[in-house]
Design a protein around this ligand. Sequence first.
Ligand code: CAA
Length: 258
Amino acid sequence: MSEYATIEVERRGRVGVVTLNRPEALNALNTQLMVEVTAAASELDQDEQIGCIVLTGSQKAFAAGADIKEMQSLSYMDAYRSDWFAAWDRLSAVRTPLVAAVSGYALGGGCELAMLCDVIIAAENAKFGQPEVKLGVIPGIGGTQRLTRAIGKAKAMEMCLTGRMMDVTEAERSGLVARVVAVDRLMEDALETAATIAGMSTPVTMMVKESVNRAYETTLSEGVRFERRVFHATFATEDQKEGMTAFTEKRAPSFTDR
Ligand code: CAA
């Protein structure tokens, strides 16, 4: 694995862990961090030994947003010509399931980064928000779209218009996070969830991810049709035979990702 300056990357068995590491800026997402996170996630995605990726920050901040100091003097032409933030789209192309383990602030780009992941597990001190409006801009890594799909128009509109933060009780009630855990249990819980996912057949978890995400891209009948075709395709895998044979033989399955 390559050397990175703004993140730490480790492998724990079949789980890859990417930790944002710019404590001096509460993990603000500057260009270097964006390039490094997306490169590390792509590298882990290509690795057949990895079945799930955990993305996390520090106890105080998952990420306090895009780097305001870096963007402050940006001109329209700078932003347009460089297609500012477009590199984050590489993360949505990652096929391996992504778990966000969120502690502390997940604001602006930090909230958007969590929403780019497939499962969000939040510590009790987590705070989510899209405060861009207070800086005279709007979310730029999908916040107006993914937050609206995650929690509905009423709350997303209010949060994006006022910039207020949402605590974990409200975030869980609203459907933004999968589960809330104690601060000191966050990594243990996220790693356990990731190991459970990584213990399944990875081609099949990729198919699950692709099918659930399809719900956001198409009509119900097209989505169900897509799911049905992918379901049929699972019967081409050795892991389907193994999973169903193990069930009938009353033993744990041993998947080979084939
Ligand atoms: N960009 C750059 N630096 C940031 C930052 C950010 N988003 N968030 C925090 N920092 C820096 C602070 O400037 C400070 O640096 P210095 O010590 O050099 O002054 C350091 O991190 C610690 O921050 P604070 O002293 O502010 O810490 P706090 O505990 O008092 O407050 C906070 C924490 C409420 C999260 C506050 O830092 C804050 O409001 N941050 C900005 C949040 C925000 O507006 N995010 C949206 C950014 S825009 C965006 O994300 C666009 C998009 O759609 C992608």
